[in-house]
Design a protein around this ligand. Structure first.
Ligand code: PEP
Length: 254
C-alpha cells in the first residue's frame, strides 16, 4: 500500500492580523517555485482571517482550515462558528479537539466527536487532535489515553478521505520539548493499529496521522521520517513563511 500523501498544517492559534496574509502569500510563492514538494500544505488561521486568506490564496495549492467549530449549523450560540460558515468562507478542513480547547473550554472526547461529525456535514475534513499530558506519560498511560481519546473522538463515519488524526503530546506543545523518535514511533504505530482494527486494513493505512508539538525546521526531517508519521501539525513555527517552509520542504524530492 502506498504511503498517504503527507500533510503539513499550520495552526496559527490566536495570532494574525490582516497584515499576516503577506506571510501566507510568501509561502505560496515558495511552493509555486518548488514543484518537487509533495506535501499538501494547509494554514488554519483565526476565524477572522479564513475568508481573507482563502481569497488571497485562491488558485493556489495551499488549503485553508478552521481551528474549531460548533456542532450545530446555525443558531443562538454567541461567539461560535459553524462548520458550514467555515466552508462558506473557503475552508476545506477544521481542527477539532486541540488540547488547548480540551483544556481551556473543557471539551470532552464526546464533544470532539460531535464537532468532527459537524465537519463532515459541512463537507470539511476533520483534523482530530489527541495527546497525553505530562502526568499521563510519566504514569505510563500514554497508549491507553490514545486508545480512549481515539474511540471517544472518532465518529463512526470517519474514513481516510474525511479525517486526519493529529498526535500532539500536550507537554510538547509550545514548549520546545519533543518525545524521542522511538516514543513518537511507538504512539503512531499504536494509533495505526487502532485505526486498522476499526476501519479495516486499507482505510486504516490510508488515514493520515500527523505529529504535532514543537516541530521546527531543525527537527522536522527526523520527526517526519518516523514510520507512520504522515506530516505535521505546526503551531509557532507556522507563523513565519521561512520557518514553515523549512518544515514543509523536508518532503522535497523524497
Ligand atoms: C499546536 O498548537 O498544534 C502545536 C503543535 O504548537 P507548537 O508547534 O507551537 O508546539
Amino acid at each position: 500500500m502506498n504511503q498517504p500523501r503527507p500533510l503539513v498544517a499550520g495552526n496559527w492559534k490566536m495570532n494574525g492580523l490582516r497584515a499576516s496574509v503577506s506571510e501566507a502569500e510568501a509561502l505560496a510563492r515558495r511552493l509555486e517555485g518548488n514543484k518537487t514538494v509533495e506535501t499538501q500544505v494547509m494554514i488554519c488561521p483565526p476565524a477572522t482571517l479564513v475568508a481573507l486568506l482563502a481569497a488571497a490564496l485562491d488558485g493556489n495549492s495551499i488549503l485553508i482550515g478552521g481551528q474549531d467549530c460548533h456542532i450545530n449549523p446555525s443558531g443562538a450560540h454567541t461567539g461560535d462558528i459553524a462548520a458550514e460558515m467555515l466552508a462558506d468562507a473557503g475552508a476545506s478542513a477544521v481542527i477539532v479537539g486541540h488540547s488547548e480547547r480540551r483544556a481551556d473550554h473543557g471539551e470532552t472526547s464526546k464533544a470532539v466527536r460531535a464537532k468532527a461529525e459537524a465537519a463532515y456535514r459541512a463537507g470539511l475534513t476533520a483534523i482530530i487532535c489527541i495527546g497525553e499530558t505530562e502526568a499521563q506519560r510519566k504514569q505510563g498511560e500514554t497508549l491507553n489515553v490514545m486508545s480512549e481519546q481515539l474511540s471517544g473522538s472518532l465518529p463512526g463515519a470517519a474514513v481516510s478521505g474525511n479525517t486526519v488524526i493529529a498526535y500532539e503530546p500536550v507537554w510538547a506543545i509550545g514548549t520546545g520539548l519533543t518525545p524521542t523518535l522511538d516514543d513518537v514511533g511507538e504512539v503512531h504505530q499504536h494509533i495505526r493499529t487502532e485505526l486498522t482494527g476499526r476501519l479495516g486494513a486499507d482505510e486504516g493505512a490510508a488515514m493520515r496521522i500527523l505529529y504535532g508539538g514543537s516541530v521546527k525546521p531543525g527537527n522536522a526531517a527526523e520527526l517526519m521520517a518516523v514510520e507512520n508519521v504522515n506530516g505535521a501539525l505546526v503551531g509557532g513555527a507556522s507563523l513565519k513563511a521561512d520557518d514553515f517552509w523549512g518544515i514543509i520542504s523536508v518532503y522535497s524530492g523524497r
